[in-house]
Ligand binder design. Sequence first.
Ligand code: ADP
Length: 283
Amino acid sequence: MTAAVSIQNVHKVYNNVPVVNNLSLTIQSGESFGLLGPNGAGKSTTIRMLTTLTEPSDGHLVVAGHDVQRQATEVRREIGVVLQQTSVDGDLSVWENMELHGRMHHIPNPQRQRRINQWLEFVELSDRRDDKVKTLSGGMKRRLQIARALLHEPKILFLDEPTVGLDPQTRRRLWEIIRGLNQQGMTMLLTTHYMEEVEYLCHRVGILDQGQLIEAGTLPELRRKHGEGLVMTQQGDRWHYQFFPTLQAANQYLEQQPDKTGMMTRPSNLEDIFVELTGRNLD
Ligand code: ADP
């Protein structure tokens, strides 16, 4: 496998404050990688550096085999970007937004029209093609952003918090779209602070906190490392967590307690691991 994204010792400093701090990470071609972390962790900044929108203060970034700083144009040709703020033009129609992007990427007709039709169909917006974007729901706008990002057939798709602020049903629909693209072979790097999003979409996860990658691996790897079973004990209005190698071991521990009041066991999840590592919640 070839690396789709390579981040080596990358730093980003804003006003003397390190926002991304010595980040190193490799994402393989075809992989779906989730960068998980609370607000302010440096996730967007990382995406912005990888997508040529801001320069790193130090370090080396390679995307689709191109040096991000020296070959920005080549990088832009190979990537699709879906950013947090909806960047589609509300006064233009769905089709006009697609057309504009297609022209910017110099996709000739009739190929351009064919691809516009294909991707609008893929995200189920064909019937809204002549409607102004400002009349679409939040979920539809996000789907349009995805369709637009795919128009020039990128190899790697970057998604910055793709489902933030959307209702659970819309979120699930977007997950299916994103997962479908990855199953077709597209490499994905997405940021999120939703644990379920990572669990549903990503082969591998990196936990980012205060600009540092504090953990990376598959979910089973992380659970094995930190403990697959959890004993939760209520202490006043707070819960105390204890990790055990397996759920069975957690259950055995609970069994042995003379007083089980306020205690329960369950399998551990990413959020538990995040709290264990940082002492804070994701939100
Ligand atoms: P996340 O995406 O994980 O929420 P960001 O990468 O957006 O985190 O932000 C990380 C930190 O960098 C925050 O403290 C934010 O205020 C700061 N930051 C982001 N962009 C800028 C900027 N253009 N100028 C100054 N500070 C910034």
